[in-house]
Design a protein around this ligand. Structure first.
Ligand code: NAD
Ligand code: FES
Length: 297
């Protein structure tokens, strides 16, 4: 069992859990992930290791609650425990040792960019992080990233930082001077837009792909992605790939494959949650309508 030692809310649907996992904390490297299972028979959830403290024997996991399983996970409180945490999995990020890097994080993808920016800074690389959210409350890890270099914050509605998508700020940086590598992590349309933007500049660009994962061992085929026309498995060959070689259209298609199952699971979850919530609050259960804050992927 892996006890939760701390929990905080980073944005309306993004939660950070600090979890005891001493062996993983000691050997993990940026870019790697774990697969967690909350209890016996629960869904396996792949989560990037956002941070680790080997002395305390803990890792930080940043979770966006989008479905039934992630809602169960973020409901955990310090003192509760996760049954299985398997990892570290995946290939560590192939990091440069000098020059200038731009780390682009869209929404919760910023959690994946953070350990990369931190390690690049530790190596002496000049790092600029460009992070985006729909509005101010959706921007995460700004203070943490400032310890690794300059940070440009963008919001879709202009409520904080620069008005617009992260790609608009990235374009200005590409025009301003040489960049040795761009890392992009976030929604598929964002990663695709970053790849198309950096291609004509000839800037090496790496994307971390959020493929659907089941076993995390290269055996089930669930996380298959197409790279330069070749099939690759995000869990063992990735999750990071040359963004200019990724077939983002097929990735987007595969991510929708299980949408109806996920929506069904969420509806079942809410059907249990509403009477339980009403019971706790002392109100009669509502007969229609979703639970506030729930969101299908
Ligand atoms: P979001 O939709 O709120 O977008 C976050 C930011 O990305 C926006 O503020 C904008 O700056 C940028 N962006 C979005 N669409 C863009 C486009 N078409 N062009 C340019 N920039 C664009 O993000 P969210 O809801 O926090 O993220 C959820 C998505 O991120 C999910 O689809 C999830 O699967 C994915 N995700 C990916 C990874 C990964 O490893 N790649 C990790 C975690 C989550
Ligand atoms: Fe099964 Fe990658 S998750 S092959």
């Amino acid at each position: 069992m892996h006890p939760i030692v701390a929990r905080d809310q980073l944005s309306p649907n993004v939660t950070r859990l600090v979890v005891e996992a001493p062996r993983i904390a000691e050997i993990r490297r940026p870019g790697q992930f774990v697969i967690v299972r909350l209890g016996e028979g629960a869904e396996r959830i792949p989560l990037t290791i956002a941070d680790a403290d080997p002395a305390a024997g803990t890792i930080s996991l940043i979770i966006q609650s989008v479905g039934a399983s992630t809602m169960d996970l973020v409901a955990l409180q310090p003192g509760d425990a996760i049954r299985d945490v398997a990892g570290p999995l995946g290939r560590p990020t192939d990091l440069i040792d000098q020059g200038r890097a731009v780390c682009v994080g869209g929404g919760v993808g910023t959690a994946v960019v953070y350990p990369i920016a931190e390690e690049l800074h530790r190596r002496g690389v000049s790092v600029t992080s460009v992070i985006g959210g729909r509005s101010r409350e959706w921007v995460i890890l700004e203070d943490e990233l400032r310890t690794a270099g300059e940070v440009v914050v963008c919001t879709d509605d202009g409520s904080y930082g620069r008005h617009g998508f992260v790609t608009e700020a990235l374009r200005d940086l590409c025009d301003a001077g040489p960049i040795d590598e761009v890392f992009a992590v976030g929604p598929v349309p964002m990663m695709r837009a970053v790849a198309e933007l950096t291609r004509p500049y000839g800037i090496r660009t790496t994307a971390s792909l959020n493929a659907i994962m089941v076993d995390g061992t290269g055996m089930c085929g669930g996380c298959r992605v197409s790279i330069d026309g070749q099939s690759r498995y995000a869990c063992v060959d990735g999750p990071e790939f040359d963004a200019h070689a990724v077939d983002f259209a097929s990735l987007a298609d595969r991510l929708t494959t299980y949408r109806s199952f996920e929506q069904e699971a969420l509806a079942r979850h809410e059907a249990c949650l509403i009477p339980a919530l009403a019971d706790r609050l002392g109100d009669p259960p509502p007969t229609t309508g979703p639970v506030a804050g729930s969101a299908a992927r």
